[in-house]
Each structure stands twice: as structure tokens, then as C-alpha cells.
Design a protein around this ligand. Sequence first.
Ligand code: GLA
Length: 422
Amino acid sequence: MNTITLQLLTVLSITSLLSQRVYCLENGLARTPPMGWLSWGTFRCKIDCVNDPKNCLREELFKEMADILISDGYHDVGYEYVNIDDCWMSRKRDQHQRLFPDPERFPNGIQGIANYVHDHGLKLGIYNTFGKTTCMGYPGSQDFLEIDAKTFAEWEVDMLKMDGCFTPVELIPDGYMDMHRYLNATGRHILYSCSWPFYEKLTQKMPDYNNIAKYCNMWRNSMDIEDSWNSILWIVDDFANNQDAHAEAAGPGHFNDPDMLVIGGSGLNVEQSEAQFGLWAILAAPLLMGNDLRKVKPEFRDVLLNVEVIAVDQDPLGKMGKRIFKDSWHGVDGWLRELSNQEFAILYFNRNPRGKKLFKTSLKMMSLPSNHTYDLRDLFLKKHFGHFKVEEEFKVTLPANGVKMFKASSCSLPNNYKHDGL
Ligand code: GLA
């Protein structure tokens, strides 16, 4: 090979390498929806540690939550992120324009908490806003994206929730994309949670979910959740009404976020908690608890630790489920999520606030592929429910404001099989 050919080949291979350079999400994170705990749900912007030291945002609180994730079995079933939300910062940047935490409340810095959670096998999440200030008025990242990405990486943060208050909507797409690049450029794998589509929707702009999915590991689509049944209904309906666009963008590495789990607070009973947990699993949603882990009663903890429902949420296929039917007459909706290994998760959602409901249905109503018989396993009762051909009718008993959730696995029955009459 002569020198000219060699030079030509080198130029060609560099050009081809450059043309292969991709800016899309390449951090390898969130292959399944992230799981953990987040401070905003219960602790909001409580910073008065003098008068309320047990409930204010400070180092001890986050360490305590990390301890409970481990001692109460949450970490064993997959919850791993301890996420600091708004109000952790000092009111101003330092002389190098870097963010820093309130020194009274975080005497060892964010790095101190990162070390603690990492030593316990957990991960740390942090919060900021793309805008001049955070939603609660602390310094935002606009004009400081690169510095902030580097700072978070230096502190060994593992996840960033980038909110979008007070941001001119025309700056949103570029700002979120830039932050993605700066995070990637740090070399640290930082899961990137964006509020990008929510703030676009606020101004009636239809988000381009497929583009968002190239830059964000998860994204908030709708209003802030509250610890109430009405809030769950509102978010679930918002998801159902936009489900085609949402579902198309979801997949391993990039998920829609209907916001925190409020289970274990004071707003939902056990049946409503099962409904939120089951629906969030059908939606392939991040499972970030917003409760006070110190106060979760055992019956609610059982819901949060239900490994069969968690397995649906964490299914490696990463497909988001959809509402398949809405029976307004009976007040029952049917949801379906395709899982790996040709299995399905199906969920009957009873909107009626009073009394149990006996609902007659068939797997055909759920649009399951015909010519099959399915074995149904009840994921909240954790037991076998029955075998059904797709056209066959059966009845489910639904709690008021609650769900029945099954995993459906295709099965073959012996020729002489006699149905058990369910
Ligand atoms: C917004 C977000 C919430 C929370 C607050 C903090 O409202 O949607 O999830 O992070 O800001 O100020």
C-alpha cells in the first residue's frame, strides 16, 4: 500500500467514524424503569431544621431513607435510587458559578450523601431546573448547564431530574438536548429525567416524544401527582388519552413518567394503592416512592413489595401498555401490556367508588391473540385464577376503586381437560 492510499484510507476511516458519531441517548441506563424514593412527595420544600429537625431536607433525612430502603426490604426487590428533589441548594452560586448545597443542612456536601448511599449499594439522584430558577426559587441551570453537569458528576450523582419551571418554551428542546450532551461528556453515567414534554404541553405545544426519547431516560408527561385518588384518575386518563404517542416512544432506556407513587401516604386505601401500583406497572412507569418510608404501614408496604407486579413493570421488553376498552356503562376499563416470552399483563380497573363489582368479560375483550388458551395468574392474590380460551367468558370480582391484575401465559391443555367452571 503506497502512502497516498494509506492517507486516503485514514481520512476515509476518520470521516466514517465522525459520520457515525451519534448524539442520541447512549448512557446505557434505565434498561427497565428506574425504581427508588424521592423527597418531594412528603418533604416538599421543608427546610426549617430548627423547628422540625426530623422532617426537614437535610443529610440525616436522606441517610435515614437509604437505611430504610435496605432494612425494610425495598432494595431487595429493586428500589435503588435515593433522590433529592428541590430546595437542597444555597440561594446563590459560589464565586466559580458552581451550585452548592445549604451548608447547615448538608455539612458534608452532596458528595457526603453520595458516599453514604454508594457504600450501601444504592444510587443518588439530584434535582435542578432548566430555567432561571427552580420551581421553588433556587438557582436554575439556564446559562450554567455545562458547569452543573460537571459539578453533579464530580459529586458522583447517578440521576438528574431536570425540571422546567420558568423556562421560555422556545428554549426547552435545545436546553434539554444540550444538558444531555453535557452529562454524556462528563463520562459519568447519569440517568436523565426530563420534564420537557410537560412544560411544552402547558403551552399547548404537542411534544415530539420520539425526539425526547433520544435524549432522556424518562420524562414527565403530566401534572404533579397529589396524594389523592382524583389525582391518580386524572393522570391515568391523561395517559390513556395520549397513549399512542406515549407508547411509541417508550422502550428500554427511555420511559414515560406519570410521576411518583403515592402509596403509603394518607390519600389512598389499600385497594386504591393496588390500582396505582398495577397501573404504573402496565404503563412501564418509573417506580419512585414519594412517601415517608418511616411511616408506611405493613399493608401498604406489601403492595410496594409485590414482586409479581414489579416483574411486570420491569419486564425487559419495555413496552408500555394501553387501555384496550372503556366500559362507561359498568365503569370498568381494561388495560393490556405485552410482556416478553409472549406473555401479557392484563388489568381490570374499577372506577366505581362503592361496593364490589362482578364483571363479566373474556380475553377477547382484551384483544389477546385468538386460537390460544391462557393461564391467568392473579398478581395481587398471588395465585392461579384459571385457564381460558380467548372467546370464553369468565367473571372477575373487582374492589371499589380497585383493580384485578393478571399475568396471562399461553398454555396448551390436554384433550380431555375439563374446565373448572369459573
Ligand atoms: C415541579 C415538579 C415536581 C417537584 C417540584 C419541586 O412542580 O413537577 O415534581 O420537583 O417542581 O419544586
